[in-house]
Design a protein around this ligand. Structure first.
Ligand SMILES: NC(=O)C1=CN([C@@H]2O[C@H](COP(=O)(O)OP(=O)(O)OC[C@H]3O[C@@H](n4cnc5c(N)ncnc54)[C@H](OP(=O)(O)O)[C@@H]3O)[C@@H](O)[C@H]2O)C=CC1
Ligand SMILES: CC(C)CCC[C@@H](C)[C@H]1CC[C@H]2C3=C(CC[C@]12C)[C@@]1(C)CCC(=O)C[C@@H]1CC3
Length: 345
């Protein structure tokens, strides 16, 4: 009987490798001596030593081609939460992830590391030092989160030590850092439109913002600790900066760092949430006629006005995780990376 030669454990693929987190992950993997294939719906950069495969992860044949001789797969592709497209989230995050699992199994991939999200347990009300044991949200805050829950379940349930296919899910929260197309750009855009004057609630709510390099570190540690006899198999792990911060202090530090004023005036949380809900309903009703994208969505108001921070004790215990970059340093490096978003530029 012919013996199957297993590909080197340092041959990996990053699905979603053209995105914000994916690109940082690819750069770190290269630095650590991995051979990297990127599979993404678009190619956003070129790097020596990286093989790009442009394709949709819902296309199994394209994935099978990209995953040839790969032993480790990172899956960090997703439509952007802001797209708010229910059918697309279902197609990519759920049906597409099923296809990713099948393709990995058919190609003899040994390890699959999924980028999930800590929001899979968030229902819009306070979470303080949340552990992984919290149940999945029964009422997820949006379609994106609803499909991230299904995606995580699919990947963790696929873990099969007997078949030599091991899976783990990383749940980051509030990723920020250089090249992020969402957090800082949204914030600056809101400030430039004069809408960053208000603090929703009393401003004391604590949140995790996680520097992108720490999230990358968590992914690589998880991949390297994922073995048949390790506790990681089929489990989810919070990866944070382990420094919960007041949501409005974080926003203010970024804004002030870029030359804008920090928000000052307080608005009652329930009032703003109610208005956001109303606007969302109006936008939904008008959708067949016109597409409106309100700044204050109920999801954003909930994120801005509640506590949501998570314990990463399990990652510390099982894989020796410690965040390498402090929040202060992360904010400084992030602010410096956006010279074009400074006030007056
Ligand atoms: N950013 C954050 O704060 C958090 C992110 N996450 C998770 O981390 C992961 C990475 O997020 P982030 O880097 O911010 O997101 P990005 O949007 O920057 O990266 C995702 C990448 O996946 C690509 N992609 C989308 N659909 C497909 C598809 N059908 N086939 C192949 N590629 C596709 C995107 O292309 P395109 O841009 O063209 O759509 C993009 O290049 C996601 O799974 C997200 O859910 C979890 C918690 C927090
Ligand atoms: C999961 C969180 C820790 C990370 C949140 C990322 C984004 C959802 C946020 C980035 C910029 C934020 C923002 C608001 C809400 C949350 C963000 C979109 C507001 C809309 C909140 C209400 C305001 O006063 C304006 C804010 C603009 C920036």
């Amino acid at each position: 009987m012919a013996t199957r030669i297993r590909p080197s454990s340092k041959r990996c693929a990053v699905i979603g490798g053209s995105g914000f987190l994916g690109r940082h992950l690819v750069e770190k993997l290269l630095e650590k001596g991995y051979t990297v294939t990127v599979f993404d719906i678009r190619q956003s950069y070129e790097l020596p030593g990286v093989a790009f495969h442009v394709g949709d992860l819902c296309d199994k044949q394209a994935l099978l081609t990209a995953l040839q001789d790969v032993s480790l797969v990172f899956h960090c592709a997703s439509p952007a939460p802001a797209s708010d497209d229910r059918a697309l989230f279902q197609k990519v995050n759920v049906d597409g992830t099923r296809i990713v699992i099948q393709a990995c199994q058919e190609r003899g991939v040994q390890k699959l590391v999924l980028t999930s999200s800590a929001s899979v347990v968030f229902e819009g009300t306070d979470i303080k030092d949340g552990k992984e044991e919290l149940p999945y949200a029964k009422k997820p805050i949006d379609y994106y989160t609803e499909t991230k829950i299904q995606q995580e379940k699919l990947v963790l349930e696929a873990c099969d030590k007997d078949k030599g296919f091991l899976t783990v899910a990383i749940r980051p929260h509030g990723i920020f850092g250089p090249q992020d197309p969402q957090l800082v750009p949204i914030l600056v855009d809101t400030a430039r439109r004069g809408k960053m004057k208000f603090i929703i609630g009393d401003g004391s709510n604590l949140v995790d913002f996680t520097f992108v390099e720490n999230v990358v570190h968590g992914h690589i540690l998880a991949a390297e600790h994922l073995k048949p006899d390790s506790p990681l198999c089929g489990k989810a792990y919070h990866i944070t900066n382990d420094e919960p911060v007041r949501f409005w202090d974080f926003m203010s530090q970024v804004l002030v760092g870029l030359g804008y004023d920090a928000p000052r005036y307080h608005l009652p949380y329930q009032l703003v949430y109610g208005i956001a809900l109303l606007l969302w309903l109006v936008a939904l009703l008008l959708r067949p006629l016109v597409r409106i994208k309100p700044t204050f969505t109920p999801m954003r108001v909930a994120l801005a006005g509640t506590h949501h921070y998570y314990s990463c004790a399990r990652a510390k215990e099982d894989m020796g995780y410690r965040p390498p970059v402090s929040l202060k340093e992360g904010i400084t490096r992030t602010v410096e990376s956006y010279p074009h978003l400074r006030k007056g530029v």
